[in-house]
Design a protein around this ligand. Structure first.
Ligand code: HEM
Ligand code: HEM
Length: 491
């Protein structure tokens, strides 16, 4: 793109832009994408929180690699944390103490990395549930749902491998859990454990193995998936809530350049800032107070990071059943939980396909559902969340028991009953609430809003005056098709 009077008069910036356009075709790309429209709704920020906390994880993770030693060689500690002076520990643990007490900004960056991990996975779960409740996973976005779901799945393991690296007593206890889970796999369990740990648990290799997975393989796959995920968001265009002027064929909102870019840039610094404040004021994973890992020790109150608490809960509340078949002992008390753990995640990953199969809906959808208009789906989502939360409480049964002065057996039994009862109740109650809200919407559409003004008619009757909804509200409340419900019988 040169000025009409020729290239000689174009500014320096233009010449640089021309240079790039000649090689990358940036003008055509800009024309196509710089005015891309982004709908305005607070829930769209959840995807951005995922993105920005992932960026913070990469930045802080790279800083940590400069000082962390992924080695289980034994060393004697002589650093500035006096209570552990002279104690033998792994090089990994000693370097984590070094990062925490001797590296400039090291503790802040460690805490920032850990807080960002917790927020990242919370944001992914919330972002996923917002897509679930609003039905944005329907055709043509099922594949993008799957890419996102894979990100969540990888994120859970990336977090597990990350907090196992410092080789402190808590993370070692987590590794003992992983070892137990592997050993419970029928027939090949012992081989799997030996393969992972490079010999008898805990071995000398696990930290360096997890390190390669944690800093290279998994973040590499995740970064590639994030790029594909976002390309697909641009390709499919955003979904939007129904409203005046919004149809299945358009997107109403502000353009990428300059409005969205300015907002998103500001929001990145907000997320980064909030995480940094959290890291500065709230202590997380103080490994020095746990001590180095020793295979013959375990502490009470040992919980994984919150997102894996539900897997821990499954194991803690499962009765310790064991059966012996053909000379093999099957530890059902662990085997059943480790089968149910991925199943709980797989069910939610496969949901878009299950729903379209059940409802027979194969149409494209670009307008979002209001959760109340899909009572069964909303009920299933709330039931899934309630199960997750109950198992999370089960994973902390010792903490719940000591804090509430209850017997741990009482808490375990309460969780066992709740695992079956609460999701069903949550489903039924949510469904009823949705149906009630639909009736309220219908009432509003038909009769308008109550004004509180009572009028007396000439023949003596008292009536309340209702104000009809304005056309925009009326459109929003009625702009949805009546879809076939998940729980309806076949016609
Ligand atoms: C989705 C991405 C990631 C998650 C969820 C995650 C999570 C974690 C967690 C929870 C820890 C334990 C921190 C602690 O000591 O309290 C950790 C440690 C670590 N992470 Fe990450 N991480 C991610 C990405 C990365 C990347 C991209 C790198 C490097 C390029 C990295 C490098 C490290 C290192 C070196 C440690 C050990 C240092 C230490 O524990 O102090 N992480 N990670
Ligand atoms: C690293 C993790 C993730 C990042 C950075 C990310 C980022 C984003 C962003 C920025 C958007 C566009 C704005 C929005 O609709 O909120 C989006 C859309 C989407 N995400 Fe994610 N996401 C991640 C994980 C997930 C997960 C775990 C799921 C579900 C299992 C998911 C499913 C979707 C779907 C279906 C859309 C398209 C929705 C639409 O067009 O309205 N994403 N994602």
């Amino acid at each position: 793109m040169t000025s009409p009077s020729g290239p000689s008069e174009s500014s320096r910036g233009e010449r640089v832009a021309d240079w790039f356009d000649g090689r990358l075709g940036i003008y055509a790309l800009g024309k196509q994408y710089l005015r891309k429209v982004f709908p305005d709704h607070w829930s769209f920020l959840l995807g951005e929180i995922c993105l920005y906390s992932f960026v913070v994880l990469i930045l802080t993770g790279v800083y940590l690699t400069l000082f962390f030693h992924p080695s289980m060689n034994e060393v004697t500690y002589h650093g500035s944390y006096v209570p552990l002076n002279g104690i033998r520990m792994s090089d990994a643990y000693a370097s984590t103490l070094h990062i925490s007490f001797d590296v400039r900004g090291g503790l802040l960056v460690r805490q920032l990395h850990h807080w960002a991990a917790l927020v990242f996975i919370a944001a992914m779960l919330t972002h996923m549930m917002r897509h679930f409740f609003t039905g944005s996973f329907r055709k043509p976005r099922e594949l993008n749902w799957l890419f996102g779901w894979t990100l969540l799945f990888l994120g859970l393991f990336e977090g597990l491998f990350g907090y196992s690296l410092p080789d402190d007593l808590l993370s070692g206890t987590g590794m003992r859990f992983v070892d137990g889970a592997l050993l419970s796999v029928p027939v090949v369990g012992t081989y799997l454990s030996m393969f992972l740990f490079g010999g008898e648990y805990p071995g000398h290799d696990i930290v360096s193995r997890f390190y390669s997975l944690h800093v290279l393989l998994i973040p590499g796959i995740m970064a590639a998936l994030v790029v594909v995920h976002l390309i697909l968001v641009v390709y499919h265009k955003h979904t939007q809530f129904a409203g005046p002027g919004r149809t299945e064929r358009n997107v109403v909102g502000s353009p990428f350049m300059p409005v969205y870019l300015a907002k998103a840039g500001g929001f990145f610094f907000l997320v980064f800032g909030a995480l940094t404040v959290l890291a500065a004021v709230a202590s997380i994973n103080p490994v020095w107070s746990y001590g180095p890992y020793r295979a013959d020790q375990v502490s009470t109150g040992a919980q994984p990071d919150w997102y894996l608490g539900f897997a821990e809960g499954l194991v803690r509340v499962m009765p310790g059943w064991e059966v012996t078949l053909w000379g093999h002992t099957l530890v059902l008390g662990v085997l059943i939980p480790i089968v149910v753990f991925p199943l709980l995640l797989v069910l939610i990953g496969a949901y878009p396909f299950l729903e379209s199969w059940r409802t027979g809906d194969t149409h494209e959808h670009h307008l979002l559902d209001r959760p109340r208009n899909r009572p069964s789906r909303t009920g299933l989502g709330v039931a899934w969340i309630s199960l997750y939360l109950i198992l999370l409480a089960g994973g902390g049964n010792d903490i719940v028991a000591t804090r509430l002065h209850l017997s741990i057996n009482t808490v375990t039994w309460m969780v066992r009953v709740a695992v079956f009862a609460v999701p069903v109740l949550a489903f039924v109650i949510t469904r009823r609430i949705c149906l009630g809200l639909q009736l309220r919407d219908a009432e509003l559409v038909l009769h308008g809003r109550e004004t509180g003004v009572i009028k007396r008619l000439p023949h003596g009757e008292y009536v309340e005056i209702h104000r009809p909804l304005d056309p925009a509200e009326l459109h929003t409340l009625t702009a949805h098709k009546r879809p076939r419900e998940l729980m309806e019988r076949e016609p």
